[in-house]
Design a protein around this ligand. Sequence first.
Ligand code: G6P
Length: 372
Amino acid sequence: SAAEKDGFDYFMLKEIVEQPKAVADTLLGRVSVDGQLTLDEMRLTPAELRSVEKIVIIACGTSYHAGLIAKYAIEHWCRIPCEVEVASEFRYRDPILDQQTLVIAISQSGESMDTLMAVRYAREQRARVLAICNVNGSTIPRESDGVLYTHAGPEVGVAATKTFLTQLAACYLIGLYLAQVRGMKFGDEINAVIAQLATMPEQIERVLDSVEPVRALARSLADEKTVLFLGRHVGFPVAMEGALKLKELAYMHAEAFAAGELKHGSIALIEDGLPVVVVVPSPKGRSVLHDKIVSNIQEVRARGARTIVIAEEGDESVRPYSDSLIEIPAVPTLLQPIVATIPMQVFACELALAKGNDVDQPRNLAKSVTVE
Ligand code: G6P
């Protein structure tokens, strides 16, 4: 009903706007001002977490993209090798698992059959399984050794939005907690990131306050056939999520590439007027990656692409090559997906609405897929 939608025409629009609160609720009680993380509720003891030698993340769809981003954070902060795999492939390739393997199963619903079967398989191989889940008491957390709930509240729109951002928050919490219990020393980096993580709800609010131009841009692209997405580092899975949203909601061909791979084939796709969305990493500290992606933007633009650039505010270096520039707040690189994803959600949602699609119930899709 209209009341349930809080005055919005679609649940998806409401759920996008709920993201500051959703992420705040996921962090609530788990991050303290002094930088201590409290995650005892996961039911995995610090001793168990210290014995972990390998992490395998399994998930489907949007949850898989959260897993890809988690890998960058976990390997950097914890120095534990981390693999990420779509759940439907995992158990069919005879993966190497043992008691020192921590399997992290990410599932909004806790009911995706592919992920559930992967969890069961992992436990049979004696790996420990930690679920990241939004639905209390659902099957995947019940069958796992531990669980961290995301507390995003119910998500009705089939395309995941607020649950994705809260999955990211949960992944960062787990990565930082693992680093803490394992006594990782990164100078002040871990503490600085914890402090920044606590400010994410405000940063999300700022992005939401500035997305109106993204809506106008999306409407202007409603007749396009294809949109490409480029990113590097954590911006690559963000690009994948942007492409998935466009496929799910606008039924458009969309594809994401690691920007560095462009020259190895995909650049042949670029033609006059083709919209290319580029996620630009923070200019600070990671200048090598930043400069390389600026070159990629120039390369595709020289071949006729219409560039839509998502970059940190104040990053003037990209402006001359951006047909449209979408600015996001400056945050640590590993946390950037939390803010960079939002314009992509708004873009796909608005473009789908311009095409007259039902964004809450896209054709052929289900909120949770309970068959293999
Ligand atoms: C379905 C939904 C996707 C979701 C995926 C995984 O395909 O349409 O939006 O990302 O399932 O769902 P889960 O509940 O396991 O995160």
